[in-house]
Design a protein around this ligand. Structure first.
Ligand SMILES: C[S@@+](CC[C@H](N)C(=O)[O-])C[C@H]1O[C@@H](n2cnc3c(N)ncnc32)[C@H](O)[C@@H]1O
Length: 249
C-alpha cells in the first residue's frame, strides 16, 4: 500500500500565494462565527494551531483576544510576527509540529482551521492532534475543527481544476485513496518565477467519524455546522465546523 508522510515541508512555503484565494469577507464571516461559537470575548485566550500567516489569528487579536499561534512553517511565522509588530498587537508564536505541543489547561478556546487536520498517515497521529487540543483547553473550554466534508467530496468529485490566485496559476490534479480515505492531490504552481509541483495527502473525514474521534478524546456537547450561517452538515455542504467542549471535571 502507498505511504504518505512529511509532504507539508516543501508544500506550504510554495502554497503561500493561495491564502489570497480566500476573500476577506469569507475570513471576516469565519472570525465572527468563531467568536460567537467559542465565546471569545476580549481578554480570553485562544490557541490557533496551526496559525499559518495569521488569517484568523490577527483579526481575533484585533478584537482583544489573547492569541497564541503555532505553526511548522517558519516563513509563515516570520511573516505573522512582522504583521503583529507593525500593528502594535501582542501574540505568542511558536514553531512546532502540531503533534508535539504540550500546553496544558491554558486556553479558553482552541482552533484547528481551514483544512489543517488529517495531515498524518497514521490515524493515531491525527487523533493525537485532537488530544493535544483537548489538553490545551481549560476545563469548560471549547475547540473548533474546520475541515472539508468527505461526503461533499464524494458527491462533487472534480479530478482536475485550475484557478488563478494572486499572480500564481494553480492546477490541482486530484486522486483518492479509498482504502485510507486520503485525498491525494498533485499541485502545479505556475508563478512569475517559474513552476513547481507538489504532492499532498490529506485524510478526509465524514461528520460521524469526527464525532467518534471527539468522543474518544473526551469532548462533550459536540456540535457540527455546514457553514458559518449555522446550517446543518450534509453532502451539499463543502465545509464542516465541528465544536467540542472539555468537561469542567
Ligand atoms: C491550510 S493552512 C491553514 C492555516 C490557518 N489555520 C488558516 O486558517 O489560515 C495549513 C497550515 O498547517 C501548517 N502545518 C502543516 N503541517 C504542520 C504540522 N505538522 N504541524 C504544525 N503545522 C503544520 C502549515 O504550515 C499551514 O500554515
Amino acid at each position: 500500500m502507498k505511504k504518505y508522510d512529511g509532504w507539508w515541508d516543501g508544500f506550504f512555503p510554495a502554497f503561500r500565494p493561495i491564502f489570497s484565494k480566500v476573500p476577506a469577507r469569507v475570513t471576516n464571516a469565519q472570525v465572527r462565527f468563531i467568536r460567537e461559537k467559542l465565546d471569545l470575548r476580549a481578554g480570553r485566550t485562544f490557541l490557533d494551531c496551526p496559525c499559518g500567516i495569521g488569517r484568523i489569528a490577527l483579526p481575533l487579536a484585533r478584537t482583544g483576544v489573547r492569541v497564541t499561534g503555532i505553526d511548522i512553517t517558519q516563513s509563515y511565522l516570520d511573516e505573522l510576527a512582522g504583521k503583529v509588530k507593525k500593528s502594535g498587537l501582542k501574540m505568542d508564536l511558536h514553531r512546532q509540529d502540531m503533534r508535539r505541543i504540550s500546553l496544558d489547561s491554558k486556553f479558553d478556546a482552541c482552533g484547528n482551521l481551514w483544512t489543517s487536520f488529517g495531515y498524518f498517515e497514521k490515524e493515531s497521529d491525527n487523533l493525537l492532534v485532537l488530544k493535544k487540543m483537548f489538553r490545551a483547553l481549560k476545563p469548560g473550554g471549547k475547540f473548533m475543527l474546520h475541515v472539508i466534508n468527505r461526503d461533499w467530496i464524494m458527491a462533487n468529485f472534480q479530478a482536475n481544476e485550475w484557478y488563478q490566485s494572486g499572480d500564481m496559476k494553480v492546477l490541482e490534479n486530484r486522486g483518492f485513496d479509498y482504502a485510507k480515505s486520503i485525498s491525494t492531490d498533485v499541485w502545479t504552481f505556475i508563478g512569475p518565477e517559474g513552476s513547481s509541483t507538489h504532492e499532498t495527502a490529506i485524510r478526509m473525514y465524514s461528520y460521524h467519524e469526527l464525532i467518534s474521534m471527539f468522543e474518544r478524546v473526551g469532548f462533550i456537547d459536540i456540535e457540527g455546522y455546514g457553514s458559518v450561517k449555522g446550517e446543518p452538515i450534509s453532502r451539499n455542504k463543502e465545509q464542516m465546523f465541528v465544536i467540542g467542549t472539555r468537561p469542567r471535571r
